[in-house]
Design a protein around this ligand. Structure first.
Ligand SMILES: Cc1cc2nc3c(=O)[nH]c(=O)nc-3n(C[C@H](O)[C@H](O)[C@H](O)COP(=O)(O)OP(=O)(O)OC[C@H]3O[C@@H](n4cnc5c(N)ncnc54)[C@H](O)[C@@H]3O)c2cc1C
Length: 384
């Protein structure tokens, strides 16, 4: 049973506590003991089920109201605790449609957001390219205007939901200026002629992931999100909205690893006592609990700041993502160590978590990039 005491913190309102309880019950009823025979079908099913249960509404704007970051973070923490794949399915609906929520026209919102919220349309966020990841301002995929259409040419890599998405929120160079000043964002339906999956990519924590090719993909002029040249800002603001929630997913993994370690230590015999009676184990558990609590405080502070508005919380969000993802890796590593041989045995929960947590320190801004955001902010002399 995960620790729920943090829900009493002043960052939350009654609706957040209700959401956490409702989702925890849904996870217990729907995710326990679930086994994915086919990853693509399982992800599609999870999206549909999360949509039918009403949880995907949290991922999209409600009219002019932006998604509530505390709700997103609580949802991701809870889902990640129970099922990394369910967290993935949830998170990508938000990230893939985030640009439409934040910058879309009324027509774009009307067409896509209800489908994303109901789970009828699966979303993907296509920014990274084979030659360009962290340095997104240098992307090379191009979009040229041709009459009342845009024509996209290029390739995107490591695209989550690649292969099962119904649309790819794609960033491309439109040339209004150099580097970051010459990019735009587009809604590209998966069935657009010329769009294809060039390669499915297998990773240590399996989920649908692909290299996507754009071979003269034609989309209507009104498929652009925001103004030409605004793509970089749109991409960064979308990532900023969801940055804290990556930390929240890591927190969910860490809490689960801690609970697994605690119950293992209580049961496992070591000589005449249990592992939990051992002072070294106790010190480890204390360190793990400390890392988890610090992550939770950073995450929900940053989420609360973001929801309250009026504060530039980029530093707090970067700190939350950086600390929570790094701390979760340490907690999970300690849990694996405590399990001994069982910890590296396939199918044991902490072994899965060990693989699940790794990519979080790389995507949506690697740890080094988060440190850069924090340091630049400090050097500008900004208040916390
Ligand atoms: C599982 C997974 C899912 C993903 N899903 C998506 C998705 O849905 N959509 C999408 O667009 N992309 C996605 N990505 C891509 C991800 O965002 C990139 O992998 C990430 O931005 C890093 O880019 P890169 O892999 O090209 O590494 P590079 O940019 O080449 O960086 C390599 C390493 O260099 C270091 N580094 C980077 N920048 C700095 C710096 N400024 N200072 C010091 N060191 C630095 C970091 O350690 C980094 O890991 C996904 C990646 C993974 C692994």
């Amino acid at each position: 049973m995960p620790d729920r005491s943090f829900l009493a913190w002043p960052f939350f309102e009654p609706r957040h506590r209700e959401l956490a309880d409702e989702l925890r019950q849904w996870c217990a009823d729907n995710l326990a003991g679930r086994f994915a025979e086919d990853l693509d079908s399982e992800c599609r099913m999870l999206v549909r089920e999360l949509g039918a249960a009403g949880f995907l509404k949290l991922c999209v704007a409600d009219g002019e109201t932006r998604p509530d970051v505390r709700s997103l973070a609580l949802a991701r923490e809870t889902l990640a605790y129970h099922s990394p794949l369910a967290d993935f399915a949830f998170a990508m609906q938000g990230l893939g449609s985030g640009a439409i929520s934040l910058f879309g026209t009324i027509e774009q919102k009307r067409e896509w957001l209800p489908q994303v919220a109901s789970g009828q349309a699966i979303a993907a966020f296509a920014m990274t390219e084979p030659e360009c990841g962290s340095d997104a301002a240098n992307m090379q995929t191009s979009a040229m205007r041709d009459g009342n259409q845009w024509v996209l040419v290029g390739e995107k890599s490591y695209i989550s939901n690649g292969g099962i998405a119904d649309f790819y929120l794609t960033f491309a160079r439109t040339g209004e200026g150099e580097g970051a000043r010459g990019l735009s964002a587009f809604i590209v339906p998966a069935n657009a002629e010329g769009l294809s999956i060039a390669e499915r990519i297998e990773v240590i924590a399996p989920h649908p992931l692909a290299r996507v090719a754009y071979d003269n993909v034609r989309i209507p002029a009104d498929a652009i999100v925001g103004e030409p040249g605004e793509g970089f800002r749109i991409g960064m603001e979308t990532l900023n909205l969801f940055r804290v929630t990556v930390g929240a997913a890591a927190l969910g993994f860490a809490r689960r690893a801690f609970d697994e370690a605690l119950s293992f230590a209580r049961e496992r015999r070591l000589g005449n006592a249990t592992l939990a009676d051992n002072a070294v184990t106790q010190a480890k558990l204390a360190d793990m609990a400390l890392l988890i609590d610090a992550s939770a405080l950073l995450i929900y502070r940053a989420a609360w700041q973001q929801d309250e508005g009026g504060v530039d919380n980029r530093r707090a969000a970067a700190m939350a993502k950086l600390h929570a993802t790094e701390a979760a890796s340490k907690v999970i590593d300690a849990a694996v160590q405590m399990h001994g041989g069982a910890g590296v045995t396939r199918g044991v929960k902490v072994e899965e978590l060990y693989r699940d947590v790794r990519a979080l320190r790389i995507y949506e801004g690697a740890s080094e990039v988060q440190r850069q955001i924090i340091a630049r902010d400090l050097l500008k002399g900004k208040a916390p």
